[in-house]
Design a binder for this molecule. Sequence first.
Ligand code: BES
Ligand code: MN
Ligand code: MN
Length: 454
Amino acid sequence: MLIDYLDQNRQRFLDELLDLLRIPSVSADSKFKDDVRHAAEFVREKLDAAGLDDAQLFETAGHPIVFAQKMVDPALPTVLVYGHYDVQPADPYELWKTPPFEPTIRNERIYARGACDDKGQFYMHIKALEAMLATDGLPCNVKVMIEGEEEVGSDHLGTFVAQNRELLKADVILISDTSIISNETPSLEAGLRGLSYVEVEVNGPNRDLHSGVYGGGVANPINVLTQMIASLHDEQGRITIPGFYDQVVDLTDAERAELAKAPFDLTEYERDLGIDAVMGEAGYSTNERTSIRPTLDVNGIWGGYTGEGAKTVLPAKASAKISMRLVPNQTPDEITELFTKHFGSIAPAGVTVEVRPHHGGLPYVTPTDSVEFEAASRAFEDAWGKKPIPTRGGGSIPIVALFEQELGVKSILMGFGLDIDALHSPNESYGLFNFYKGIETIPYFYKNYAELKK
Ligand code: BES
Ligand code: MN
Ligand code: MN
């Protein structure tokens, strides 16, 4: 029996995940290049050991893609599992209670970089597949593709997908790389925001100047940049870039009412973040602001003197990294262009402005009345005893919209993370409950999907 198999192998499943978490597969930093490959090989080996066929690495111009499959019967539907074995940089290291790549279990949680995003989550799939293959068998065909560049924009995956349509042919894509509301209130994300990410540079005088000798007489790039950034929102919290909202599809009152059913405790939210009030676009709830509305945020800003003590200097330049989260039907190309045009136009005389686009991605929504969504919804009911609440997620997984474009296949976002998992932050963690419950939920998806597709 599957349940017995899961029970008997609990400790080994966890030990293997901890081994994977010890590999610092930071895709953004070339100093970890060999570790990234090591993680790919580890995943390949585990797919092979789980009983899947053709487990292999596909080389790209960047980090390798791991692939394996098990074709049970051409008459059965095919599930393509996607995940990523790369992780975000762990800095700042000094804020970690225990080192990011020495996984530690405290309070029933695994603390390590990638514990939730996404090693702990995609590894549940490998273990669920192993368990199904070792016991009752797989009720669907399965293909597994785990990439190593998600955290840096999946630059080479797009090409790989376009060139391997036959290999990746599937009826549905199953992804665990998102979150649920809470362990008491499971939910299923029916959408993701898109992303447009730019770096801006404001250049003033040809060198750093004495801020007494020149101050007051020359445009200060930091003063200018911060003023320009401040002008990107109005008093209502709306973004002032002309045309920014033109393509935004507003939700109907009924859709908003549906989403508002998700339980949300504002006081608890504020307390968790250590803030005394939330803020955002007027006329929308916190949940709406962080999911169905587009945003613009400075992610980093620098320039001038930031060392110890005081240096009186009027800097020659200032820079910032800015992300814009997009909703249907905004596109990163169009938004990046609108931003670039607007940002150039508001620069005062005395400075020049440069905008450099980074990666981006399209927003994504999936219908909640499909058999695929139903199969996932029932899987939660089977394993958690509760129907999951459909939500819209605020994060981005750019490849999901690309899967739809290139393969014509919809994705199901069956994530098991929690907000407290601190993705991308110091002390990232993943609950043991979520790891094991996820492994238990996944086989129900296969069973339900096979039945619903009959
Ligand atoms: N797994 C996250 C996305 C996510 C997290 C979606 C939580 C929903 C809930 C993913 O690994 C991620 O971090 N994506 C990046 C985008 C990427 C292009 C760097 C993001 O959202 O910032
Ligand atoms: Mn992720
Ligand atoms: Mn991430």
